[in-house]
Design a protein around this ligand. Sequence first.
Ligand SMILES: Nc1ncnc2c1ncn2[C@@H]1O[C@H](COP(=O)(O)OP(=O)(O)OP(=O)(O)O)[C@@H](O)[C@H]1O
Ligand SMILES: [Mg+2]
Length: 418
Amino acid sequence: MPNVAIETHEISKSYKLGLAYGYGTLRDSLVGGLKRTGKRMVGRGGRKQHDSLWALRGVTFEIESGETVGLIGHNGAGKSTILKVLSRIIEPTEGWAEVTGRVGSLLEVGTGFHPELTGRENIFLNGAILGMRRAEIRARFDEIVEFADMGRFLDTPVKRYSSGMSVRLAFAVAAHLEPEILLVDEVLAVGDAAFQRKSLAKMSEVASAGSTVIFVSHNLATIQALCQRGIMLERGQVVADGPVGESVNHYLRVLERSASDDLLERIDRDGRGQEVTRISRVALYDDESGLADVVVGGRPARIVVEFTEQLPMMECELTILNSLGHPITTLDSSLSSPADRRQPELSNQIECMLGGLPLVPGRYRIDVVLRARQEVQDGLQAAAYFDVEPGLVDGRPMPETGGDGDVVLPHLWRLPPF
Ligand SMILES: Nc1ncnc2c1ncn2[C@@H]1O[C@H](COP(=O)(O)OP(=O)(O)OP(=O)(O)O)[C@@H](O)[C@H]1O
Ligand SMILES: [Mg+2]
C-alpha cells in the first residue's frame, strides 16, 4: 500500500488587492481589466469581490510518497501559491492540506533564510527547522558548502549575497538535508546553466532515493525529464492531472489557443510591478516572401516585437521552442555584437534578423521577455507561433521532419571520389 505524502482538499486562497506586493501590481491591475471584459473572478463566502483575488480555487489532489510531480500552467496560475501553502509559508483561505514527512523547499529567493545570519548559521537554522540534530547537519555541512560553491562567503550575512548565490545555497540546503518531500519552484532559473544542470541531477537523485518531489517550471523539457505526473493549474484551478506527457500536451494546446488572443488582453505575463511598457504584437516574417508566420527553412527571417511604450536602453530576449515545448535557442539582445544597431527610426519596435532560419519543417513557438532599465518590463510565453516549410540550407535540402533534432547546421562534406 503506497503512503500518501501530500493531500490537499478544496484549497482556496484569496489575496487582498491593493496591498503592497512586489511582483503583482501589473497582474493585479490586469485582473481589473479582466473584470471589465466580464470574465469576473468569483469570490466566495460573502467577501467583497472587488478587492480580492482568488489565487487558488478548490484545489484537490493526492500525491503518493515517492511520486515526482511537475506543476505547470501560465504565469499567475497559482503554482507558487500552492507550494507556499504546502510548505506552510501561507495559510489557505479555505480547505486544508496534509503533508506527511520532512519538507525541503526552495521557493522564492530569500524565503527560508534569515538575512542577518551568515550562510553557515542559516544552514544550521534550516536543518533545525527540518527537525535534524546538529550532528546530522554537521555530517552534511561540507557537501552543502561544496555544492553551493560558496566557500569564502560562508561567514558573510546572507543579505549581502547575490541572488544567484542565495539560490545556490537555498537549493543545496533543501536538497541535501535529506528531505522526504522536496518542493522546488522555478527559482532555479536564476542560477547559471552549470548550476541548473547540477541541480536537476541532484533532484533526480533525491527522487530516485524515494523522496516525493514537486517541481514547478516553465521548461516543459525538464518537467518531462524529471516528473512522472503532471498537474496543470489555470486561474487557480486544477485543469489537468495525469501522466506528465498528457498534462504537457494539454498545456501546449491551451498555450497555442492563447497565442491567437490579443496580446495586450493576456493576463499571464511576467513583470515586476514597475513596468510601463507592454508587448503588443510579435510576428516572424520570411524576408523573401514577406509573409508573416510562415517561413521557408534556410531563408532569411525576421522576428518583430512591438510594444506600447519606448524606454531608454531596451533589450529583448526571444526563445524559440519546438512543438513539444522544448527550447531550441535563446536570442538575447543584451549579448550584443558590434554589428547590432540602435536605430532612431525604429519606434516601439525591436527586430531580430536571422540570417538563414536553420529550422527543420514544423511548428514553432516564440516566448518573449522585454527589459528596460535592467528590469523585466513584460514577458509572454507563446507570444507567437510560426510554421517552417521545407527549404534548402546552403543549397542542401533539409530533413523533412524534426525526428532527429530541430536545427540544420550549415555544413560541407569532404568525401572520397565516386
Ligand atoms: N502576496 C500576494 N498578494 C496579492 N496577490 C498575490 C500574492 N501572491 C500571488 N498573488 C497573485 O496570485 C495569483 C497566483 O500567483 P502565483 O505566484 O501562485 O502564480 P504562478 O503560477 O506561480 O505564476 P508564475 O508562473 O508567474 O510564477 C497571481 O494573480 C498573483 O498576482
Ligand atoms: Mg511562480
